[in-house]
Structures are given as structure tokens and as C-alpha cells.
Write a protein that binds this ligand. Structure first.
Ligand code: FES
Length: 93
């Protein structure tokens, strides 16, 4: 479980799996989702196992999500934007 070390001062509104959420402007989608304690970000194509961010620097691809209908977006490399629609990626896109 993660918590923010500082309060949100520049809020950005987005949704994850239809759930309204708030982030700090300038942070990544991965940071926003971790702060929101959403659990897994995706499931693997073969076994369906759950995955969540590991490296937070674009190397592991365990943070793949669907953003505004586009699959295979690296949440750790994507800055959150107001109105973004983020969904778990289920298997291969
Ligand atoms: S957390 Fe490893 S690529 Fe995003």
C-alpha cells in the first residue's frame, strides 16, 4: 500500500476502470495509480497472472495499461492528463 508523502496541490481528474480518481499534475499514470492503491495494472497473456509496476523506468513493461482506448501504454512513462480514461490491460492487446 502506498500513500502520498505530500498533499495534492495541483489536482488532475481521471478515471481508472470507471472509478473517478485524482492525481497530482506532472506525475506519471503509474504514480497516480499506485497512490490510488488500484492493485494490478494488467494481466499476462499466457497465464493471466496479475502484474504491477516494477522498474518505474520503462524497462520491464509490467505497467502496461490502456489509456484513452490505446493499449500497451507504459504507465510509468506517461504523464497523467486531465480527463484521461485508464483501464487495466487484460492479456495481449
Ligand atoms: S514499471 Fe517497468 S516499464 Fe513501467
Amino acid at each position: 500500500m502506498y500513500t502520498r508523502s505530500e498533499p495534492v496541490t495541483a489536482p488532475v481528474q481521471f478515471t481508472f476502470e470507471g472509478r473517478p480518481m485524482q492525481a497530482q499534475a506532472g506525475e506519471t499514470v503509474a504514480a497516480a495509480l499506485l497512490a490510488g492503491n488500484v492493485g494490478s495494472f494488467r494481466s499476462t497473456p499466457v497465464s493471466g497472472d496479475s502484474r504491477a509496476p516494477y522498474c518505474m523506468m520503462g524497462a520491464c513493461f509490467d505497467c502496461l495499461v490502456t489509456i484513452d482506448g490505446l493499449p500497451n501504454r507504459q504507465a510509468c512513462m506517461t504523464e497523467i492528463r486531465d480527463g484521461m480514461v485508464v483501464q487495466r490491460q487484460k492479456g495481449a492487446a
